[in-house]
Design a binder for this molecule. Structure first.
Ligand code: NAD
Ligand code: 6OD
Length: 496
């Protein structure tokens, strides 16, 4: 290990502090940050009490009313670029913290989470100057007309509440456009993964963001920092990514103060593989969309529908892929798959493996917990699993499991595939594998999902709308959709 990597790991082991009003704030009350690879306590986390949450919201409000609220697009653009440059420079620190928090393979964090963290700031810096003003000429009875144009201002103090699966990627995905639009932010990372948020606070500090513009408070959901933020009368908007049920609770909590909400919630995503698809690419793509990050990506395919002529061969090829995965330590070159995030989450996924058996599924491979005979046995590893034989109405086919598991179902006709894929209360993402261009267009627009990938998966252009329908949330983030959410629009109508 290089000395840079070793010092990054040392850095990640320090106590995780809150960041409020431009100061790093410790607290007497602490909770442990557990490393999912071996269950050890990696660091301790300073928990924010209610008074500190209040202070964070107040300092965000003060910052909004100060010079920050009057910064120009160019100044904010410069600042976002500076943040991304510091993140690039501290790449190894972010990598160490992301890996310590989640146990994911370093290879994955190196190619996805850490570069996306910095890219999110660059993307919104690039977008800002070309964000157009809406303008309409209107005819009037006197013939002189009127001109309408909409100006924008920040929404205000934004609460950013994030989950644990892609902690850095999602925190920056929300924070970058919020700051781009001139808002101030109070962020609450997941209690499971506080490390990269603390580092982002260090980056903001070094970038000389005015005190109070970006704050981080650590804690839990109910009866803790999450709930206090969601119910806080000083918060103007909340952007939340997490479970659908939590979203529904936050929605109720936010109703009292009529806050603007943007929700990216759970998924039970379908992959539809037609017999004409490039078989090898479809198998590799579906293995990736099922097992990436140990299945802990909201976009992962948990329901796979395969056209009958290739069904048996596809199941067998997926079994081989699952069995080739190497469950291991994050920095080992051969590791493809890390553990689940926590003992509690593993219990949940295992309860679905048991339920699948009870519902009459065939376990093609996996279904249990691996044994290593070393420290990993104290971690939260679980076997990648493939199921067949369930009806679409089974609970394992309808409820989000969020682990390295998919169920594979055969279908005969296109119409049937569309009906099966849409038979879900969720509507986040879908993957479609076919070489028939007409079918690709036809089926893609009929799938009830906010994002449809054709012959690929999780290929992201940050200008595009991202979000879900049904239980998967509402509102879209990405490109101008984020800029719209994080802006208050005032239409000015001038009678000519
Ligand atoms: P979670 O809903 O349990 O927690 C998310 C965050 O909300 C955490 O910071 C938590 O402390 C906080 N929280 C919990 N209860 C709260 C409350 N009552 N008030 C305010 N805050 C509260 O989600 P998770 O387990 O961390 O993440 C996994 C879930 O996130 C999965 O369902 C997954 O599909 C979803 N997810 C969705 C997307 C998307 O883009 N649609 C992306 C990533 C993850
Ligand atoms: O890529 C993104 O912008 C994004 N929001 C990904 C979310 C993945 C969910 O786990």
């Amino acid at each position: 290990m290089s000395s840079r990597a070793a010092s990054a790991i040392e850095h990640a082991r320090r106590s995780v502090m809150n960041y409020v009003g431009g100061r790093f704030v410790a607290s007497a009350r602490r909770f442990p940050n557990i490393h999912p690879v071996d269950g050890s306590v990696y660091s301790d986390v300073c928990e924010a009490d209610r008074a500190l949450v209040d202070e964070a919201v107040e300092s965000a409000r003060r910052a909004l009313q100060g010079p920050w609220g009057r910064t120009s697009v160019e100044e904010r653009q410069r600042l976002l670029r500076r943040i991304s440059e510091i993140m690039d420079r501290r790449f190894e620190d972010f990598l160490a913290a992301e890996v310590a928090d989640t146990g994911k393979p370093a290879k994955l964090a190196r190619s996805l989470d850490v570069p996306r963290g910095a890219a999110n700031f660059r993307a919104f810096a690039d977008l800002l100057p070309s964000y157009p003003l809406e303008c309409f000429e209107q005819a009037t009875e006197d013939g002189a007309g009127a001109l309408n144009y909409a100006v924008r201002r920040p929404v205000g103090v934004v609460g950013v509440i994030c989950p644990w699966n892609l902690p850095l990627l999602l925190l920056t995905w929300k924070t970058a456009p919020a700051l781009a639009c001139g808002n101030t932010v109070v962020a609450k990372p997941s209690e499971e993964t506080p490390g990269t948020a603390a580092l982002l606070a260090e980056v903001m500090h070094e970038a000389q963001l005015p005190p109070g513009v970006f704050n981080v408070i650590n804690g839990f959901g109910e009866g803790s920092a999450g709930e206090w933020l969601a119910t806080h009368p000083g918060i103007d908007a909340i952007t939340f990514t997490g479970e659908s049920e939590t979203g529904s609770r936050i929605m109720r909590a936010a109703a009292a103060n009529v806050k603007a909400l943007s929700f990216e919630l759970g998924g039970k995503n379908a992959a539809v593989i037609f017999a004409d698809a490039d078989f090898e690419k479809a198998v590799a793509g579906t293995a990736r969309s099922t097992f990436m990050n140990c299945g802990q990506v909201c976009l992962c395919s948990e329901r796979v529908y395969v056209q009958r002529p290739t069904f048996e061969r596809f199941v067998e090829a997926m079994r081989e892929k699952a069995e080739q995965l190497v469950l291991g330590r994050p920095f080992e070159a051969t590791t493809t798959t890390g553990p689940l995030i926590s003992a509690q989450h593993r219990d949940k996924v295992l309860s679905y493996y048991a339920l699948a058996r009870g519902e009459g599924a065939e376990i093609v491979t996996g279904g249990g917990v691996p044994e290593f005979g070393d420290e990993r046995d104290r971690g939260f590893f679980i076997e990648p699993t493939i199921l067949t034989g369930l009806a679409n109405g089974a609970r394992c086919m309808q409820e989000e499991i969020f682990g390295p598991v998919c169920h594979i179902t055969p279908f005969d006709e296109e119409e049937e595939a569309v009906a099966l894929a849409n038979d879900s209360r969720y509507g986040l993402a879908a993957a479609l594998w076919t070489r028939d261009l007409s079918r690709a267009h036809r089926v893609a627009r009929r799938l009830e999902a906010g994002i449809v990938w054709v012959n690929t998966w999780f290929l992201r252009d940050l200008r595009t709308p991202f979000g879900g329908m049904k239980l998967s949330g509402f509102g879209r983030e990405g490109g101008r959709h984020s800029l719209d959410f994080f802006s208050e629009h005032t239409n000015i109508c001038i009678k000519l």
